[in-house]
Design a protein around this ligand. Sequence first.
Ligand code: F6R
Length: 607
Amino acid sequence: MCGIVAGVAQRSSIVPALLEGLKRLEYRGYDSCGVAVLQQHGAPRRIRTLARVQALETEVRAADLNGSTGIAHTRWATHGMPAIANAHPIFSGDQIAVVHNGIIENHEALREALIAQGYEFASQTDTEIIAHLIHSHYCGDLLAAVHNAIRVLKGAYAIAVICKDEPQRVIGARQGSPLVVGLGADGAFLASDTFALARCASRFIYLEDGDIADLLRGDVRIVERDGGPVVRDVRTVAEQPANADLGAYRHYMQKEIFEQPLAVARTVPHLHSLDATLFGTADPVAFAGIDSVLMLGCGTSYFSALTARAWFESIAGIAAHAELSSEYRYRDYVPQRGTLVVPISQSGETADTLAALRYAQSLGEERTLTICNVAASAMVRQSRWAFVTQAGPEIGVASTKAFTTQLVALFLLALTIGRQRGRLNAAQTAALLRQLVGLPDALRGALAREPQIMAWAQELHRKDHALFIGRGLHYPIALEGALKMKEISYIHAEGYPAGELKHGPLALVTDAMPVIVTAPNDILLEKLKSNMQEVRARGGQLYVIADANTHLASAPGVRLIWMPDYYGVLSPLLHVVAFQLLAYHVACLRGTDVDKPRNLAKSVTVE
Ligand code: F6R
């Protein structure tokens, strides 16, 4: 992952823009950060820290680091542990400085070759190879040196490079990892995304794979892989609200959990008609002829695919598959005519899902529809059609409102396809839409359970393990509950379909094992009750999120929190809110860094 930002300012110091950019890129990783600048004469000056960008800023001020040209980086460690030596910018001698996002796959062979040439390595990073390679090719023209160096790189990279001998120049290059050029009133910039540059640029160029950008004295020139000049579209991107105000909340995750009623309400469009144009098609019946849906996603976004699979089957009567992007992209997948491929992503930049989308396209899948929270993202641009969810910026690393709004989009898609296939009549469609429109209120009802959930958290935060179980439409909610718990509280948690317990995991159940249940009042309730009995019979402690009228009763070893009445096929959206709150409060009690959990990053742009 990692975030990079760089630039050449024409009048002022580049440093404030770099620091502001880093703050906005911290979601891409926060294992370390650093900045290097060039002044008119002399070697690049660099400051690096294992602390957060805020601390870097203090150090930079104290050192009075300034200069018109510079590069900066926030790291998510891949090669080499978080350590100052591995923090970027990475130098080759005192001449070349590089920041890098991505992974160089042939780094071992290149490292040996560079050592044979006499280079000494000061870090464990693959990035140092890039720095030395550029150094080895440098003969007075940084663009030529970068161009020659990247020829031998295999893997993914977005880089920004400066050189002591060319104090008003930054070279950027990309292959596989995102990189944009920003054009502003006071110079030209490079960054991993437009958001990083929102304060200093309003016009952007999305570089394509193989592009090299030459920022010389604030002017921009782009060349392609073969060295020939190329003109890329310049787009104006409106500044995304940073939404950085926490208000009364302690963490962004908490704020974002409570924003869900609003996010869902915004995502449900004012419907005049329910047809394919809702998803960016020109043709209202663009989905005619589609006979299966293939959803692709990672992590939480994959769980929204798993949840929606049941809707496509039961509401739209269409075959539906959910695939993990990282697995799908390397399968010998046999494409089928008539498939609608639906990548799902909060960021729209996740490397595996983007690659999965491209893989589907390479197999001849033409009908691609991305569901995404970021309108200008790579996936939206790559896809034929798109539905942009209106969750607003999600800052907490753990996905919450992105998940519920993805489900809204997928539900609308299921209704649209169901209607088009004649599976739903007007009255059924209207009833389901009414339910969707009522969802924000129902979510408020679920959020109101917070005090009871906090009481559970008091008990659960001392545990080392937890099992989350559910059935049918709610099985993916158990998976999502376990993911939330493990990623922010660091409690080992597993999600299981309740009917599978007896095929293995029941062996784990003792009175030290909390089993957390999502129990909607649906047709599988009686089966689920039997599974809960199996847990109790082994001494397992049950924590049950149950709908009203499930006729479950609190008892020794059985704690219950009642949800509002069963909310039909949209019930998973309510139960997941309870699990989000549970993970959040357990994490707070354990004192973890809720918004920036260890080892993770918000946008996963490496595979
Ligand atoms: C979990 C979480 C991750 C993301 C996953 C995909 O809380 O946030 O599992 O869901 O990394 O990210 P997107 O949706 O941006 O493709």
